[in-house]
Design a binder for this molecule. Sequence first.
Ligand SMILES: [Zn+2]
Length: 582
Amino acid sequence: MSGRIPESFIEELLNRTDIVELIERRVELKRAGSEFQARCPFHEEKTPSFTVSPTKQFYHCFGCGAHGSAIGFLMQYEGLEFVDAIEEMARNAGLEVPRTGGGEAPAKPRNELYETLDKASAFFQAQLREHPEAIEYLKSRGLSGEICRDFDVGFAPDSWDALMGHIGNDENSVKLMHRAGLLSQGKTKAYDKFRNRIMFPIHDRRGRVIAFGGRAMADDGPKYLNSPETELFHKGRELYGLYLARKRIGRLDSIIVVEGYTDVVALAQYGLRNSVATLGTATTPNHAEILFRATDTVIYCFDGDEAGRKAAWRALEATVPRLREGLQARFLFLPDGQDPDSLVREQGKEVFDGLLEESQPLSDFLFDHYTAQVDMNSIDGRAKLVQLALPLLKSLPEGVFREMMMERLETLARHRLPGAQSRPQVHRKSAAPRGGDHQSRSPLGWAMAFLIQNPGFAALADGLDELEGADIKGIEIFFKLIDICAKRPNMTTAQVLEHFREHPAAGHLGKLAVWELPGDDDRRALAFCNSVDRVKLQWLDVQLQNMPRIGDQSKEQKQQYLAIQERKQELKKSLDLAGPKD
Ligand SMILES: [Zn+2]
C-alpha cells in the first residue's frame, strides 16, 4: 500500500481538471443546452443519454446509470484503479501526487517510462552523429542539419542490441523498454525493434517523447515502422509534429495534415512549419478535435489515387461533426505518384503553396463525392443523393454553414427537404422521464440533492441542531455533506461526491446529483431551505409518534409535547409563507 492521497489534493486535482475536456478526448461530445451529450461509452445505445455537466463537473448516463467525477470517468473508461486515475490526472495537470501516512514510497511507473523514451531519443540522436552514412542519406533527402536538430531526428544503428546495451540489460530496464515499445520479442530473447533506421521521435502535446517512427535506410523490411500502441502512445490521439509546430508558431493560421512524418520534416525544410502527420492510421474524430483546437483551418493533403481519396473521405467524415462556426476544412489531392515530400523537393515551395491555395473546400469534396455516385439526371438519382448526403449533413453542428449545406443539397435535388426549411431541431431530452426514481424523494433526499448540486447552499441551512440525533435514515450523511460543503462552498458537485467515494451511500448520492431541480438559483435556494424545514417537520412527527399518549404523559412530557406542536406550527407557517410546495 502506498500512502493515502490527501482529500485536499483530490479536490485540487478536480479544480485543475475540466471533465468536459477530459471526456472529450475520449468520447465525441455534442453541446445540448448547458450540458454536453454523447452516446454512452458504457452501454450500447442509438440515441445519446450520456450527459456531462460542466458546472457540476459530473457525468451521468440516463440509460445505464453510469455516473461520477472526472476521476470516476477515467477509472471506468480506461479501466484504471483509483490511484492510477489520480496519477494520470495529476500528470495532465502538472501536479505531483502527495502521500500522507506510511507505506512504501510512491511508485512512478510512467515517469520511468518517459525517462526510458528520452534516453532512447538521446541515444538515437548521438548515433546519428557517429554514422556518416545516415547523415549522407538525410542530405540526399534534402534535409539540413538544422532541420534534423529541430525535429530531434536520430539514427538506430544496424544492431540487435545497441539500444538495449545503452539503456540496460537488467530486468527492470528490459521491462521498461518493452512497455515503451522499443523491443521486439524473439523466441528466446528480446532485441531492438528499430534497426538501421532514421528515427523520428513522436512527441505528445506536452512535448514528451512517447513513441518513434523509423524510416528504413535499406530496402529490407517495411519502409516505415512505428512504435506499437503503448500505455503512452495511442495513434488515434496523436499527431506527429503538432507539438513542435505550436511551440514554434503558437496559434496556427492553418494546419496541413499529411500522411507521413518524413513529409512533415520535408515541408518544414521548405519553410512550411505548420504541417502534422497522422501516424499510420486514418484521421479520427479525435484528431479533428485536436486540430481544431489548434487552428481554424485544416487542409488535408492526400494522394490523388483511389486509396488517397478513400482516406480523404474518412477524414471528411471525422471532420464534419466538428465543423463549428468559423472553422473550415479543405482537401488537397496531390498529382499521381507524388507525396508532399517529393513534391516540395522537386517543385519548390511556391508550387506547393499554389496547390494549397487551390485546395478544395470540404463542401465541394462532399457534394462531388455524392453526386458521382448517382445519376443526377434522374429523379431517382437525385432522391438517392438526398438519402446519401442527409445523414452526414445532419451531423454538422447547427449554424450558418449547416444551413448553407442543406440549401445546396436542396438546390441539387431540386425539391424541398424537410431538414432544410425549418430550423434544425435541438435534441434536448429523450422521451423517457429523466432524473430517476421520483417516488423515493423524501424531504431529506431533496435537501441532499440541492446541496450536492449547489454546495454553496450549506451556508443557508440554519437551526440544524434541531436535527441532531434525529432518527431519520441518512441524516448522518446529510450532516457530513453540510460539513464538507460549508468548509468549501465553491466546490463542484463532483468534488463533493469524491468525498464519498468509499462511502456505502456513494451510489445513492450520485443519483441525487442528477435529480432535476426546479426553478432558478434564487428559487432553488429557497426550495433547499424549505426541504430542510420539511426534514425538521418529519423529525418532529417521529418524536410525537414516540411519545406516550396524551393521557399517559408526565408533566415534563406534556411540556415537551406542546413545544413540539408549537414548533411544528412555526415551521408550517414559514413554509406556507415561503410559497406553494415545490
Ligand atoms: Zn450508459
